[in-house]
Write a protein that binds this ligand. Structure first.
Ligand SMILES: *[C@@H]1O[C@H](CO)[C@@H](O)[C@H](O)[C@H]1NC(C)=O
Ligand SMILES: *[C@@H]1O[C@H](CO)[C@@H](O)[C@H](O)[C@H]1NC(C)=O
Ligand SMILES: *[C@@H]1O[C@H](CO)[C@@H](O)[C@H](O)[C@H]1NC(C)=O
Ligand SMILES: *[C@@H]1O[C@H](CO)[C@@H](O)[C@H](O)[C@H]1NC(C)=O
Ligand SMILES: *[C@@H]1O[C@H](CO)[C@@H](O)[C@H](O)[C@H]1NC(C)=O
Length: 456
């Protein structure tokens, strides 16, 4: 009897052990699955990879073309891409120019994870250009800057806006070589193409000189930096023809320091949806919606195309992170097709490649490294305005100020996220200011500068 009993007990014990082992295996697999899923998601969702790092100094990586990657990593790439055997180690797209022959198909999907750092293509620094601009009626236009370095890199007629008429499968194939927001690497053709085909060609330039003015387009770009707290710059900002803002551009209650008008609001699907949640306690309720405001979208990821699809159609977002959101309500009744612009991947890539090529693009997390929304707003202004003044952007003495101007009663520190090179941007704004390309609002004069009469 006892034997049978103990045998049963043994059997039971074995079953228990087996069951326990199964649970452990399942738990471990689930954990691994979550890990790999997070990594997979990280390709399109920066938050996963976002982590704080120490600010990096200025990196001069204009020639970031050496030591690309091991040949083996290329094995999975589409055959159209040939590895140049010459010393410069630049990838080239074999038939980028000859694709008009025969039926055209999307190139196979390339994955961000195939590259350990920013890949360099032979056509990396080739951009779509718009028709040459008519000469400006503004003698002091930044387009007429005498600064040789600036003139060498500045493309006044870079193609700025993406729309159905400047996009086709050849463009898709070319742009599939660049990570978002500079292109569509890792995206599916059918997730992007139908949305781009909804974007109308802009009917008018983003900005025109004001009638009765001096023939110049004068712009202020207002960042959210703590330097604006107590600055009393509001009236000066509002005196410009146009005022650009981005992100949590709270105005109500801060007019004396930041002004009360917004003519252009630069945003991403993330910034327009997240800002009212994060910054409500500082009075930010919704994106600016002044009568006649122009909205500029930075299409930073797939979610922005899902967003755009809903915005243009006036429907709820059909899929993805913002599924079921009523996208147009985020524009408080000011959405208007003729006043909505989508920045072009070539414009964004030109800004990165020529002005803000961070050393972090050589790091494992290269795919999330990109200029800030504020930087893209400044560059938008530099290409559609004759004069640009930037307020609320980082300056050398940034540690004296809070992260945001609306943190009036709370001294915070500037937060450095790994996806942006804040120090490089800070140095660029300062250099633009010193080269008289743009005016940067600073409180403390840089020490090394000798006394100069203030600009008129
Ligand atoms: C990229 O990933 C997709 C699935 O996510 C896969 O089908 C494809 O083969 C990958 N391409 C390369 C070049 O690794
Ligand atoms: C090496 O490759 C670069 C980029 O494709 C090209 O411009 C250059 O002419 C090539 N040099 C030689 C010697 O083939
Ligand atoms: C913001 O400005 C006000 C007025 O100048 C000042 O009293 C306050 O300390 C400032 N806040 C921070 C966080 O620096
Ligand atoms: C902005 O402030 C100015 C005075 O500085 C005022 O004349 C104007 O009406 C204000 N505009 C708005 C939209 O509140
Ligand atoms: C959209 O904006 C344009 C240009 O400002 C204007 O002419 C048009 O009437 C507006 N449409 C609607 C529906 O408000």
């Amino acid at each position: 009897m006892g034997n049978v009993f103990s045998e049963k007990q043994n059997h039971f014990r074995m079953q228990k052990t087996a069951f326990f082992s199964l649970v452990v295996v399942m738990a471990v697999s689930f954990f691994l699955f979550i890990l790999s899923w997070e990594n997979y998601k990280g390709e399109s969702n920066w938050k996963v990879f976002s982590r704080k790092v120490l600010p990096r100094g200025e990196d001069t990586l204009i020639h970031a073309v050496q030591r690309i990657r091991k040949l083996s990593l290329l094995s999975g790439l589409p055959t159209k891409i040939e590895r140049k055997t010459n010393k410069s180690n630049i990838y080239s797209l074999g038939n980028v120019k000859t694709q008009s022959r025969g039926p055209e198909n999307p190139v196979p999907i390339m994955n961000l994870s195939s590259f350990k750092k920013l890949p360099q293509w032979s056509f990396e620094d080739i951009y779509n250009l718009d028709a040459p601009l008519t000469p400006t009626t503004c003698p002091q236009s930044l387009r007429n800057s005498k600064d040789e370095d600036f003139q060498k890199v500045f493309l006044p007629n870079i193609c700025m806006f993406l729309h159905k008429d400047n996009f086709n499968i050849r463009e898709w194939n070319r742009l599939s070589h660049f990570n978002n927001p500079f292109g569509f690497m890792g995206f599916k053709y059918n997730d992007v193409m139908p949305v781009v085909k909804l974007i109308p060609k802009p009917k008018e330039p983003l900005l025109l000189p004001k009638p009765g003015g001096d023939g110049c387009v004068h712009c202020a770009v207002v960042g959210t930096g703590g330097i604006l707290n107590g600055s009393k710059m509001g009236a000066e900002i509002d005196a410009h023809d146009y005022v650009f803002r981005m992100n949590a551009a709270v105005v109500d209650g801060y007019e004396e320091d930041v002004g009360n008008r917004t003519s252009v609001y630069v945003h991403t699907a993330h910034s327009i949806t997240a800002s009212p949640i994060f910054y409500r306690k500082f009075g930010y309720k919704a994106a600016p919606h002044d009568e006649g405001i122009k909205y500029v979208l930075i299409p930073e990821g797939l979610r922005d195309f899902q967003w755009l699809n809903a915005v243009i159609k006036g429907e709820r977002v059909a899929e993805g992170e913002y599924r079921n959101r009523n996208a147009r309500t985020y524009y408080s009744g000011q959405y208007n097709e003729t006043r909505f612009y989508v920045l072009h991947q070539d414009f964004l890539r030109y800004v990165r490649n020529r002005f803000l090529k961070s050393g972090n693009l050589n790091r494992g997390y290269w795919a999330i490294v990109r200029p800030t929304n504020g930087a893209f707003a400044i560059f938008t202004a530099l290409h559609v305005c004759d004069t640009v003044s930037a307020y609320g952007f980082m300056t050398d003495d940034y540690s004296k100020y809070s992260n945001y101007y609306f943190q009036k009663y709370l001294k915070t520190n500037v937060v450095f996220y790994a996806n942006h090179d804040y120090i490089m941007e800070k140095n660029l704004w300062k250099s633009f200011h010193e080269r008289k390309i743009m005016k940067l609002f600073q409180k403390a004069k840089p020490q090394e500068k000798t006394e100069k009469p203030p600009p008129p």
